[in-house]
Design a protein around this ligand. Structure first.
Ligand SMILES: Cc1cc2nc3c(=O)[nH]c(=O)nc-3n(C[C@H](O)[C@H](O)[C@H](O)COP(=O)(O)OP(=O)(O)OC[C@H]3O[C@@H](n4cnc5c(N)ncnc54)[C@H](O)[C@@H]3O)c2cc1C
Length: 457
């Protein structure tokens, strides 16, 4: 009877575990609540109409089809019995299955955290999943459409105000893209509004955007964002969010209300519920974000048959980045294979840091590799190379290269299909009730801003 290895999560860590297991005789099952392996670092480009969903999301079973001993299941792992060595997996739409394992690899990533204010999520979507990116795309492009038909200048300005919470790589990338979208891509498309009037406000409690890149690159990023027209609000903590905007407490302790039609949350992460389920079942320790503390070989204390890897593990302050997840996955695959073959394994996991990169706008990115710090066009070229190298599958690499060529040279964003659902919460453009909202009658007046009011060059 072959050994049963179950991998929870088909992200970077899960996928690289399977790659590290190449040549193993074990029966491997990858369980993920999503169908696709997602290249999260480029989610913001799906959200802003540059790339299509298919360019960053590939079916997990397609990626693993050459691994004859690997099967894929779509389901949400909601329970673990470490004594019986079984998992409880919820099927989409109801029902569940029990899945036995001899070796368990938990690579379930992290989720957006609202720092105890989950109620913000309704009005300020985060960006972790494909659904999040598509929702943000709807909100961004929908906001310009709503501004175009708004008679009230206050309402118009509200729709043209975009607030982002969190000035890490994702917040910075989104902020830069929204300004580029407004000032380049949409520039010639609207007749009653000037998309270039769009305000992009970036809030963060820290001193500088992209603080993880160190003060020098962070300073360059701040200058590049300001040149783009992004309004930086550092030392600012968001204390409330609603449908029409947000309340912010600044460094002096004063609170200010900002009216914004779109609020996006990119501020924090926490481990998913399965981390707590596992920690409680095994008596393991979790860090403040709920990540599980692991041994040097990435197994759980007292449970050599369970590894926790990638974003969900807590080990020596390693960051939650794709490179850590990939290396941890590959290491674990090789370790499990060695154990299976009866070989001794005493090598601890060692992370080799290949650096990090963040995109700001066309021709501007920051890259940090050891002592080498790159910014501006050189940083941007390095960013391009890194992302092409790591995109999953040749087809996606080629597709992304062609799409970037078009976007960067001709301002074209080809992936702008969206429905009006969730621009106004829970409603779709084809929904007849959308046009029959309570109080809508008094709004049926002629547009007072003629099409000719704005130049279109
Ligand atoms: C917007 C964004 C931008 C980023 N940019 C960068 C970047 O520029 N550079 C960089 O290095 N890193 C970046 N990262 C971080 C990087 O994407 C993560 O570090 C990496 O994806 C972690 O891999 P993982 O396998 O641990 O988790 P994930 O890739 O998140 O995969 C976890 C998988 O587990 C599944 N799952 C979760 N819970 C369950 C459950 N209960 N049952 C079944 N399946 C479950 C999920 O569906 C998911 O497929 C970014 C992340 C985001 C969100």
């Amino acid at each position: 009877m072959p050994r049963r290895i179950v991998v929870i999560g088909g992200g970077f860590a899960g996928l690289f575990t399977v790659r590290g297991l190449r040549g193993s005789d074990a029966q491997v099952t990858v369980v993920d609540r999503a169908v696709h392996h997602l290249f999260q670092p480029l989610l913001y480009q799906v959200a802003t109409g540059v790339l299509s969903e298919g360019q960053i999301a590939v079916p997990i079973r397609d990626l693993l089809k050459k691994h004859a001993n690997v099967d894929c299941l779509v389901g949400n792992v909601s329970g673990v019995d470490p004594v019986a060595r079984t998992l409880h997996v919820d099927r989409p739409g109801g029902g569940s299955i029990e899945l036995g394992y001899d070796e368990l690899v938990v690579a379930a990533g992290v989720q957006q955290s609202y720092f105890g204010h989950d109620e913000f999520a309704e009005h300020a979507p985060g960006m972790k999943t494909l659904a999040d990116a598509l929702q943000i795309r709807r909100r961004l492009f929908g906001a310009f459409e709503m501004a175009q038909t708004a008679n009230d200048p206050i309402e118009r300005q509200r729709w043209l105000t975009f607030a982002l919470v969190g000035a890490g790589p994702t917040g910075v990338e989104l902020a830069g893209q929204i300004r580029e979208l407004a000032t380049h891509t949409l520039k010639r498309e609207f007749r009653r509004i000037d998309p270039g009037e769009a305000r992009v406000l970036l809030f963060d409690g820290g001193d500088q955007p992209l603080a993880v890149f160190g003060p020098k690159l962070a300073g360059k990023a701040a200058a590049a964002l300001t040149t783009l027209g992004v309004e930086l609000h550092m030392h600012s903590v968001v204390t409330a969010v609603d449908e029409d905007g947000l309340l912010v407490r600044d460094g002096t302790g004063a609170s200010t209300r900002y009216e914004a039609g779109t609020v996006l949350w990119t501020a924090g992460v926490s481990a998913p519920p399965v981390a707590t389920v596992l920690a409680q079942a095994c008596g393991a320790e979790q860090d403040r974000a709920g990540r599980i503390k692991v041994n040097d070989d990435l197994t759980m204390p007292g449970h050599p048959e369970i590894s926790v890897i990638g974003d969900m593990m807590s080990l020596k302050g390693l960051p939650g980045v794709a490179e850590v997840a990939m290396q941890a996955g590959f290491y674990t695959g090789r370790r499990v294979r060695a154990v299976e073959a009866g070989r001794a394994w005493d090598k601890p996991f060692r992370y080799r840091d290949f650096g990090s990169a963040a995109y700001i706008s066309r021709g501007r990115a920051v890259v940090s590799v050891g002592k080498v710090h790159l910014a501006g066009p050189v940083g941007w070229a390095a960013w391009l190379g890194i992302h092409l190298m790591f995109l999953t599958s040749f087809r996606n690499r080629f597709g992304a290269l062609v799409t970037w060529g078009l976007t960067f040279s001709r301002e074209k964003r080809r992936e702008r299909a969206f429905s009006m659902q969730a621009v106004l919460p829970g409603r779709d453009i084809y929904d007849k009730d959308l046009y029959d909202l309570p109080g809508a009658a008094q709004e049926r007046v002629a547009l007072d801003r003629p099409a000719a009011a704005l130049p279109n060059d």
